[in-house]
Design a protein around this ligand. Structure first.
Ligand code: S3P
Length: 432
């Protein structure tokens, strides 16, 4: 990947309507279920990001025909539950933890062997959280001391288990449910805190019998998936940068149309409102079984909060953006119970703390969170460590900084938010 560095310059108020790209979680799942279905599925609003394209390429290597008739459109010619073909080639998930962990579950039930590999960042991310429960189901997956590559041995008969997740993780839950499609008997996943339920909703939409409620999902093997249409909402996690940006830049008003508002994703909305943000939801509706709405955000003075721990899983990808909001809020913001941030695309507590300190922000790290004293963000040099959400968060910080903010290593923004620079500059950022 060619290296990309940004400079974000302080600017004026933000205005306009910003249509952010499709949801990453939903796009990954739509490809996978479409591939395993009988018939042809159509995905609208697909995220044209590197992560989701990597998943599409993996499925193509496994013999699935996927067409891209237009940007954001995919036609997936399903091969049926047992129609995938093995390959001796390594299957490259790129930067995508979701891709690798869900595919581990999906591939555990196949008749053939597979090898899942990822980029440097993904190769440092913990995989035992999926391989251990999958092993209890009868799967055989070798790791490198708990890290990728994953060598998935085919031809292992799987049996359903009841598993209580030690950490709240939709990826682990989803991996087990996908393996459960191939298992004898019932697979049950119980969560310490409910996480995003896209896999459950989408399995139901593809016609697989499943029962689920917040914190628990159950299904049995031996059914079939039937092709369907999937409308992917705009990704709340991508909207998050604009919610924070308009909240902190005086005079701003932004509209973000058709954003997915699944309650397991909108913790940041609640957190920002607790801090005093002015965010309205308009035109709330249901699209493809998902709550969707237009978000209208206006500048408002923010104050620090003790973030309620119960919100953490519902905003797990939004902490880099929240840290920027906290840096200009009046008073102190304290985050606890968020140790999972340390095993994302980067160690997001350490990466944000280092970057914010370089910009003069007083931030104290704890093993599972941080305490941030709101004040003034200065200009300076930061490093995203190849983490897309860190790069975009420092781009937001630059808007209100007292001088230019340099951000190193931003190419990975293309994993989740292709076209971020153009959209951001279109509403008032000064990012190059
Ligand atoms: C995701 C689940 C979350 C989230 C990730 C996407 C998913 O990860 O951080 O960006 O699509 O299931 P965890 O399952 O590790 O919490």
């Amino acid at each position: 990947m060619t290296r990309l560095d940004w400079t974000s310059q302080p600017g004026g108020a933000l205005h306009g309507s910003v249509r952010v790209p499709g949801d990453k979680s939903v796009s990954h799942r739509a490809l996978m279920l479409g591939a395993l279905a009988d018939g042809t599925s159509h995905i609208h609003g697909f995220l044209e990001g590197e992560d989701t394209r990597a998943t599409a390429a993996v499925l193509q290597r496994l013999g699935v025909r996927i067409e891209a008739p237009a940007e954001g459109e995919r036609v997936v010619h399903g091969v049926g539950l047992h129609g995938l073909r093995g390959t001796a080639q390594p299957l490259d998930c790129g930067n995508a933890g979701t891709g690798m962990r869900l595919l581990a579950g999906l591939l555990a039930g196949q008749a053939f062997d597979s090898t899942l590999v990822g980029d440097e960042s993904l190769s440092r991310r913990p995989m035992r959280r999926v391989t251990e429960p999958l092993a209890r189901m009868g799967a055989r997956i070798d790791t490198q001391d708990g890290l990728p590559p994953l060598r998935v041995h085919g031809g292992q008969p799987l049996r359903g288990i009841s598993y209580t997740l030690p950490v709240a993780s939709a990826q682990v839950k989803s991996a087990l449910l996908l393996a459960g499609l191939y298992a004898r008997g019932e697979t049950e996943v119980i969560e310490p805190h409910p996480t995003r339920d896209y896999t459950e909703r989408m399995l139901a939409a593809f016609g697989w019998p499943i029962t689920f409620e917040p914190g628990r999902a159950r299904l049995s093997g031996g059914h079939a998936l039937h092709a369907t249409e999937v409308d992917v909402p705009a990704d709340f996690s991508s909207a998050a940068f604009f919610l924070v940006a308009a909240s902190i830049v005086p005079g701003s008003t932004l509209r973000l149309p058709s954003v997915g508002l699944n309650p397991r994703r909108t913790g940041l909305l609640k957190a920002l409102r607790l801090m005093g943000a002015d965010i309205r939801v308009e035109n709330e509706r249901s699209s493809g079984g998902e709550p969707v709405g237009d978000l209208v955000v206006r500048h408002a003075p923010l104050h620090g909060i003790e973030l309620p721990e119960a919100l953490v899983p519902d905003m797990i990808d939004e902490f880099p953006a929240l840290f920027v909001a906290a840096s200009v809020a009046q008073g102190r913001t304290v985050v606890r119970g968020a140790a999972e941030l340390r095993v994302k695309e980067s160690d997001r507590i350490a990466t944000m703390a280092a970057g914010l300190r370089a910009l003069g922000v007083a931030i104290g790290e704890t093993p599972d969170g941080a305490a941030i004293e709101g004040g003034v963000i200065g200009g300076g040099a930061t490093d995203s460590h190849g983490d897309h959400r860190i790069a975009m968060s420092f781009a937001v910080a630059g808007l209100v900084a007292t001088g230019p903010v340099r951000i190193d290593d931003c190419a990975n923004v293309a994993t989740s938010f292709p076209g971020f620079t153009a959209l951001a500059n279109g509403c008032g950022f000064r990012l190059a």
